[in-house]
Design a protein around this ligand. Structure first.
Ligand code: SF4
Length: 329
């Protein structure tokens, strides 16, 4: 059993986590949506695709995954011989919840001529039922390699699917899931903010609904938004994704100003991911100390899920001819 957090009072958590990291030969991976103190202690901070790759490459014995459950499962799928721990096993995702494997399986069975292109924000079981996984940073490149006549089911994020569909002029059957964080941005409040900062571009994640994306100057994955923030000549940027990414922006370009896009009440706090927020320094320390909670996966399911993830990693690394991408804007 994990020790109650209260008994950790007085511990130097940073030093203890460092000590355990060495003792366990552990690597700490943190998603951009983690609290700043967790990002700062991680060996590697990134988005889903970067963390998937990192998980596959690391030669550590233990992966401490500071993110949500589907991300830690992805690490386990790619590195079955390693112990993968998640500081809080309740760190789920609304997109994963929207797509129960039995319903997804039935939907696939009802559309046998479609392939399933599935966003990485889903359970290992849904990955095992899919043909190709995509992340927000790899989706466009992967979609551009699928023949236009091939029918596609895209799940579980209807907004990312809708964005891709509009951008590629390509119909897809969309699973009706949403990210509760990106869904909460308010168009009205965003327009008020834009009026206050008329020169600030809006950088938005494609998990946002279309009425928010319509006002974006740039749409991209969390990593692409970070890159945009660093390289844009503008000194103020409005950021329409989970606001913890702003920590990396402020570290990279402290002279610029980053403003989180507001939710319906005008306060961007409602856009903090409640699942990501479950991870804390205390829970990370306990997970490294006890090697719990640990991700365990059925081997047959893991192998099936790995197939669709390997396909993503292959297609995301492929050299795509200019012509393949030229049809898009
Ligand atoms: S930000 Fe959205 S998509 Fe990401 S983990 Fe949280 S609920 Fe899921």
């Amino acid at each position: 059993m994990n020790a109650p957090t209260a008994s950790l009072a007085g511990l130097d958590l940073r030093a203890e986590i460092d000590r355990l990291r060495k003792e366990r030969n552990a690597v700490i991976l943190a998603h951009y949506y983690q609290k700043p103190e967790i990002q700062d202690i991680a060996d590697f901070v990134g988005d889903s695709l970067e963390l998937s790759r990192k998980a596959a490459e690391t030669d550590a014995d233990v992966i401490a995954f500071c993110g949500v459950r589907f991300m830690a499962e992805t690490a386990k799928i790619l590195s079955p011989q390693k112990t993968v721990i998640l500081p809080d096993m309740d760190a789920g995702c609304s997109l994963e919840d929207s797509c129960p494997p039995d319903k997804f399986k039935a939907f696939r069975a009802a559309h046998p001529d479609h392939i399933a292109l599935t966003y990485i924000n889903c359970s290992a079981e849904v990955k095992a039922l899919s043909d190709i996984i995509v992340t927000s940073s790899s989706a466009e490149k992967i979609l551009s390699q699928i023949p236009p006549e091939q029918k596609i089911i895209f799940g579980p994020d209807k907004h990312l699917g809708g964005y891709l569909s509009r951008k590629f002029g390509r119909e897809m059957l969309l699973w009706p899931g949403v990210c509760i964080v990106h869904e909460a941005f308010s168009e009205t409040e965003l327009l008020k903010l834009k009026a206050q900062h008329p020169d600030a571009p809006v950088a938005a994640h494609p998990e946002c609904p279309p009425h928010v994306l319509d006002h974006a100057d740039m749409v991209g994955s969390t990593s692409a938004i970070l890159e945009f923030a660093k390289t844009t000549p503008h000194d103020t940027v409005i950021v329409a994704t989970e606001p913890h990414i702003i920590h990396q922006m402020e570290k990279a370009v402290p002279e610029k100003t980053f403003i989180g896009a507001p939710g319906a009440d005008g306060n961007c706090n409602c856009n903090i991911c409640p699942y990501m927020a479950l991870n804390t320094m205390e829970k990370l320390y306990i997970a490294l100390r006890d090697l719990e909670p640990k991700i365990e996966l059925d081997e047959e399911m893991r192998l099936a899920a790995k197939k669709s993830l390997d396909r993503m990693l292959e297609m995301a690394s492929a050299t795509v001819g200019k012509g393949d991408l030229g049809a898009r804007d």
